[in-house]
Design a protein around this ligand. Structure first.
Ligand SMILES: [Fe+2]
Ligand SMILES: [Fe+2]
Length: 412
C-alpha cells in the first residue's frame, strides 16, 4: 500500500480518536462514533449496539438516504429501541460472539451454511435496500466486546459497493478507540449518577423528617428547571438547578423533632428556630467543591427570601436575592399550595394561581412569576408525573409497612 495513503489513514483515525476522547456524554458519544465510522467507510447507514450482559442493545441508527428522503425527524421515529441475544443467528450477534469483523459484499448472498442470516424486515418497513454490510466488534483493552458497529451500503459515485479492505482497517481502528471512549463515558455517567443519587436521597431524608414526600422535591426541582428554561438558561444551567434545588431544605436535618413535627401552630420562638433551617443548610453545604453543591448552598440559604425583603434568613430584597433563590421560592410555594400534605388537602388550582398572583412583586419576582404562569401546561404535566399516592402518606403517618418497599428512583 502507498505509504502516503497509510499515513493519511493513520491521521484520520487519530483525529477521530482525539475527538471521541473529548466527548463525555454517552448519547452524544455514540452518535459521533457512528457518524465518524460512516464517514471513514463512506457508509450510507449504520447502527450501533452496546453489549449488556448477553444481550445486544440497540442505541443509535443513522441513514443518510432515508433522512434525505423523509427528513431527520421521521427517520428517527422509524427506529425503535430493541434488544437481541448475543448469538450466532444474527449478523451483529455473530460478530459480538466471535469478535470477528464480518464484511459482507451482499447480505442477500449469504451462503446457506452460515449460522447467521439477514433479517430483511427493516428494509421492507423503511423501503430501503441493504446490500453491502460490515459489522465490527468494539473491543476494549481487555479484549471484551463493548458493542458492535454495523455499517450498511458503502457508497461510491452514488452506487452501493462492497466495503473495501482499507475501510475495514479504518473501522477496526476506530472501533477499538470507540470502545475505550464508551467505557470512560459509562464510568463518568455511573459516578455522576451515584453523586446525584446521593444528593436526591439527602434531600429526601431532610423532607421526610418534615413529613414531605419524596415526590415533593421531585416536583419542586422540575418546576425550578422549567422556570430556568423559560428564562433562557443553558441546558447545563437548567440541569444544575434541577439537582441543586433538591437540597433546598437539607437544613431541616438540624431542626429538633419537637418543632419540626409539632402538630398545630408554632410559637414565635419555635418559628425562629424553624427558620434556622436555611442557615443550617448553608453550613452543611459550606466549602463544597462540586458546582452543583455550591448552587445547593445558595438555594438552601435563599429559598425563603421574599422579593420585597420581608422573607428570611437575611431579608434580602429584589435583585439582591440570587436568581436561584427567586426561582426556588416560587417553585416551593406553588408545590406546597397545590399538593396534598399529611395534614392538609391540595388547594384548587384557581385558588393557588390567585395567591401566586397576589404575591407578584411582594413574595415573588414578577418576571419569574410570569415565566412560570406562561408554562402552566408543562407544570401540570410535572404534577401528574410525580403525583403522590395514598401509600406515600401512609408511610409518613407511620401506618405503612416499610418492608419490601419498592425502590424510589432519583428525580430525573
Ligand atoms: Fe425551606
Ligand atoms: Fe420544600
Amino acid at each position: 500500500m502507498d505509504p502516503s495513503r497509510l499515513a493519511e489513514e493513520f491521521e484520520q483515525v487519530l483525529n477521530v480518536g482525539i475527538a471521541l476522547s473529548s466527548v463525555h456524554d454517552l448519547e452524544k458519544l455514540l452518535d459521533l462514533i457512528l457518524l465518524e465510522a460512516r464517514r471513514l467507510t463512506r457508509a450510507d447507514a449504520g447502527t450501533l449496539y452496546l453489549v449488556k450482559g448477553n444481550r445486544l442493545v440497540f442505541r443509535v441508527s443513522q441513514c443518510q438516504s432515508l433522512s434525505d428522503r423523509l427528513g431527520e425527524e421521521r427517520m428517527r421515529q422509524m427506529y425503535q429501541s430493541f434488544e437481541m441475544p448475543v448469538s450466532p443467528e444474527s449478523i451483529a450477534g455473530y460478530s459480538a460472539l466471535t469478535r470477528k469483523v464480518l464484511n459482507l459484499g451482499d447480505v442477500k448472498q449469504i451462503p446457506p451454511e452460515a449460522s447467521y442470516h439477514y433479517n430483511s424486515s427493516w428494509d421492507q418497513k423503511a423501503g430501503y435496500d441493504t446490500h453491502s454490510m460490515m459489522v465490527v466488534p468494539m473491543l476494549n483493552r481487555e479484549n471484551e466486546v463493548v458493542g458492535v458497529l454495523q455499517l450498511i451500503n458503502a457508497m461510491s459515485d452514488g452506487r452501493v459497493i462492497p466495503f473495501r479492505m482499507e475501510h475495514q482497517r479504518l473501522a477496526s481502528s476506530l472501533a477499538s478507540q470507540a470502545a475505550v471512549a464508551i467505557e470512560n463515558a459509562e464510568l463518568t455517567e455511573d459516578l455522576k449518577q451515584a453523586h446525584l443519587d446521593t444528593i436526591f436521597r439527602l434531600g429526601v431524608a431532610a423532607e421526610y423528617r418534615d413529613k414531605e414526600t419524596a415526590n415533593h422535591i421531585k416536583r419542586m426541582s422540575h418546576y425550578c428547571a422549567l422556570i430556568a428554561r423559560g428564562l433562557g438558561w443553558s441546558d447545563e444551567e437548567v440541569e444544575t438547578i434541577l439537582w441543586s434545588s433538591l437540597m433546598h431544605d437539607v437544613g431541616k436535618l438540624g431542626i429538633p423533632d419537637s418543632i419540626l413535627q409539632k402538630p398545630g401552630r408554632l410559637t414565635p420562638e419555635e418559628r425562629k428556630i424553624m427558620e434556622l433551617h436555611t442557615n443550617i443548610g448553608g453550613s452543611i453545604l459550606k466549602g463544597a467543591k462540586a458546582p452543583v453543591l455550591q448552587k445547593s448552598r445558595i438555594v438552601a440559604l435563599t429559598h425563603h427570601e421574599k422579593f420585597d425583603g420581608t422573607g428570611y434568613t437575611r431579608g434580602l430584597k429584589g435583585e439582591k436575592i440570587p436568581l436561584e433563590g427567586r426561582i426556588t421560592v416560587l417553585a416551593d410555594v406553588f408545590d406546597a399550595l397545590s399538593s396534598k400534605r399529611v395534614y392538609k388537602e391540595a388547594m384548587a388550582e384557581a385558588e393557588v394561581l390567585r395567591i401566586l398572583t397576589e404575591g407578584r412583586g411582594t413574595h415573588f419576582d414578577p418576571a419569574i412569576l410570569d415565566v412560570f404562569l406562561g408554562s402552566l401546561e408543562e407544570a401540570r404535566r410535572i404534577q401528574g408525573r410525580y403525583s403522590d399516592r395514598e401509600e406515600d402518606f401512609d408511610k409518613l403517618r407511620g401506618l405503612g409497612s416499610t418492608e419490601g418497599e419498592e425502590e424510589d428512583s432519583a428525580a430525573t
